[in-house]
Write a protein that binds this ligand. Structure first.
Ligand SMILES: Cc1cc2nc3c(=O)[nH]c(=O)nc-3n(C[C@H](O)[C@H](O)[C@H](O)COP(=O)(O)OP(=O)(O)OC[C@H]3O[C@@H](n4cnc5c(N)ncnc54)[C@H](O)[C@@H]3O)c2cc1C
Length: 374
């Protein structure tokens, strides 16, 4: 195996939507960046297996990073899409109660929206609902005006193209095997095609998604108490084999660790339902037609016209959770050296939804706090 070595200001690990946005934001500050990705192209893991929804930020506690980054990130993302011609649709979303006892939950979401300063969230009357979504059945619906959808694949490709014009080297097929803290830098060992590369940098940003904990455990001297437990929560999607019945995103009231099986559109107008929530112990992206009945039962609560055979298994994604099935949903973790006690090291953990919406604001936070690190 050939051996080589490189120097850079910052090494970013993982070319998912987060690593790409972080590498871009740091390069825009004039720092040299190397972005390493173990797969042969960008965004093939969590970032291409999600709902592609631009979230408004309705659901998360007011003082959480999820609220802060989602609201800020949504605005940045809409602007980015306009500037770089990324397909998006600010179509709005309806959260629906399908029984009287779900009404309180909708009111809670409405109150939370007001508290965090969202002024385009309100209840619709029966008449308004019937005008905009005649096929929808519900007892009550809350409208969110700033929710929308984005073509996540186009966004990923745009970030990659952006990086090529900046001071950033993107290396695919490059798997981080070890991070060794040195006196004033970090030495990262990367295994490429028949090649072992040592990259010396002032900072390493771990945006490894489902592998963030594995990468953190490969950092010599990092105390394991700073590495949160990881739980994998699979979400499967079914598509509809006919024209979409709705023009808005339709969500049920949220469940404990997820947003419930919802209706979304992609930019080509294809209707999809999901994701459900299944706790797993190993990465597994298979879909199962036997889950169709469960989807059918959930969907017909708000769309009675659906027929079970119209649902076709599509794809699955895995949420990188850091709280388990019986726990409250946790916040994003962005761990700087003052927390993890390793100079130059920034670890990201639990970047589940709304991570896609938040990518540009997470990137901005990291790039603007780099002076604490470099
Ligand atoms: C089912 C589902 C639905 C979702 N829906 C939405 C939504 O509608 N809206 C929203 O805002 N968010 C949504 N999300 C969340 C969003 O998709 C994620 O927050 C985001 O994609 C995470 O991106 P990432 O870059 O952290 O992870 P990833 O995209 O997984 O990127 C991590 C990268 O690190 C690489 N890597 C790992 N280990 C190594 C190594 N040793 N060396 C080099 N590279 C390595 C991986 O190969 C991977 O490419 C959803 C997530 C899921 C699972």
């Amino acid at each position: 195996m050939n051996k080589s070595s490189l120097d850079t200001d910052v090494l970013v690990i993982g070319a998912g939507i987060i690593g790409l946005a972080v590498a871009r934001a740091i390069s825009l500050k004039g720092k040299s960046v190397i972005l390493v990705e173990k797969n042969s192209s960008a965004g093939t893991e969590i970032s291409s297996r999600n709902s592609e929804v631009i979230h408004a930020g309705l659901y998360y506690p007011s003082n959480s990073l999820k609220t802060k980054f989602c609201i800020e990130g949504k605005n940045r993302l809409y602007s980015y899409c306009k500037k770089y011609n990324i397909p998006f649709n600010n179509c709005g979303k309806l959260i629906v109660a399908t029984s009287k006892n779900e009404r309180n939950k909708l009111e809670e979401i409405n109150q939370n929206a007001k508290k965090i300063g969202l002024n385009d969230v309100y209840f619709l009357t029966k008449k308004q609902l019937n005008n905009i979504e005649p096929e929808l059945k519900c007892t009550e619906a809350l409208f969110s005006g700033s929710s929308g959808i984005v073509d996540s694949h186009a966004l990923i490709q745009s970030f990659v193209a952006n990086l090529q014009n900046l001071n950033c080297t993107v290396a695919f097929n490059s798997n981080v095997s070890r991070i060794i803290p040195e006196k004033k830098s970090l030495l990262t060992e990367v295994i490429g095609n028949n090649e072992s590369i040592q990259i010396r940098s002032l900072s390493v940003v771990n945006c490894g998604g489902l592998s963030s904990q594995i990468i953190a455990r490969k950092t010599l001297g990092l105390d394991i108490k700073f590495i949160p437990m990881q739980y994998l929560a699979k979400g499967t999607y079914f598509t509809l084999n006919k024209k979409a019945p709705f023009n808005h995103l339709i969500y049920p009231v949220p469940e404990k660790q997820g947003l419930g099986i919802h209706f979304t559109l992609d930019l080509s107008g294809k209707a999809k339902f999901g994701p459900d929530l299944e706790w797993i112990t190993k990465e597994d992206y298979t879909t199962d037609i036997n889950q169709r009945k469960k989807f059918f039962d959930q969907i017909r609560k708000f769309w009675p016209e659906i027929k079970e055979e119209e649902l076709v298994p599509d794809y699955a994604g895995i949420r990188p959770k850091i709280s388990g099935p019986d726990e409250e949903a946790s916040d994003f973790i962005i761990q700087f050296p003052k927390e993890n006690k390793i100079a130059g090291l920034i670890n990201l953990f639990g970047i589940e939804s709304p991570g896609l919406t938040s990518c540009l604001s997470i990137a901005s936070e990291i790039s603007s706090r780099l002076n604490e690190v470099l």
